[in-house]
Design a protein around this ligand. Structure first.
Ligand SMILES: [Zn+2]
Length: 269
């Protein structure tokens, strides 16, 4: 370790090339040891979707992300916890974009009508979220996990608003940096490498900041969030602080605070 001998106090640290090579090598070996542990180890966790208990799989550098039984990721388990609050919209007409198989049974079991959609013709409905070929006010709940960062979100939000019935909800998750006031919008000609570097994925058009809710409000929605806390975060390997954004189309079904909903007034099915 002589090459990494301490500098004199007060001297800014600036290593020479030999020291830098040694540091890179040492840290690479530590990273490999870390990855080996990630692949083989981990706490006992539980999946609120499929009931599995045991180790979860790592995804890339992140430990304990993926349920090995139902393939759920944290955002799906978070969505499941929100659905367990029994939102009435989930008992109505439910449209699931880019439908994840792990969430489908949960949604189908509750919904009066349940349909899966994506743009690639993989599901019952082939729909472009920027121009949704569905009638106005025809759905009560739309689920779209990690979709809006891939599309023109202003068009998509306007379309989601249009197809939701009054009182209907779009339940949305997106990659979001809570420390950023504003969304990072990448230039249209950004390369895939640039997108991966700046926004975490070669197909992301942007990485949201705290203004995501304001974007939804600008489309006419009332916005609330569902955010898990302990012990659910630890038990189910959720991302600390991640939220489901609940974008609600205001309308005559509004329930005033403290006033019980009128079951006969509910519009579902
Ligand atoms: Zn599971």
């Amino acid at each position: 370790m002589s090459a990494l001998a301490a500098k004199a106090p007060g001297t800014p640290l600036r290593r020479d090339q030999a020291e830098i090579a040694q540091v890179l090598d040492l840290r690479a070996r530590r990273a490999l040891e870390h990855f080996a542990r990630l692949a083989q180890d981990g706490p006992v966790l539980s999946c609120p979707i499929c009931g599995y208990r045991g180790r979860f799989s790592p995804v890339r550098h992140k430990p304990s992300v993926w349920c090995p039984s139902c393939d759920s990721r944290p955002r799906h388990r978070l969505m499941r916890l929100w659905l367990e609050t029994d939102p009435p919209q989930a008992r109505g007409r439910v449209l699931h974009f880019a439908a994840e198989p792990c969430l489908a049974p949960t949604l189908r079991a509750r919904a009066a009508r349940y349909a899966q959609a994506d743009i690639n013709g993989l599901y019952e409905l082939t729909l472009d979220i920027e121009a949704i070929d569905q009638p106005d006010q025809s759905w009560d709940l739309v689920i779209a996990n990690h979709v809006l960062e891939h599309v023109d979100d202003r068009k998509a939000m306007a379309e989601l608003f249009r197809i939701l019935a009054p009182g209907g909800i779009a339940a949305l998750t997106v990659p979001l940096v809570a420390g950023w006031e504003r969304t990072l919008e990448l230039p249209p000609d950004a390369s895939a490498d640039e997108r991966a570097l700046r926004a975490g994925d070669p197909t992301h058009l942007r990485l949201y900041g705290r203004d995501f809710a304001a974007r939804l409000r600008a489309a006419g929605f009332e916005v609330s969030t569902f955010t898990a806390t302990e012990p659910a975060v630890g038990d189910h390997a959720l991302h600390r602080g991640e939220s489901v954004f609940l974008a609600r189309r205001p309308g005559p079904d509004d329930v005033s605070p403290g006033q019980a909903p009128d079951p006969k007034g509910a519009k579902h099915g």
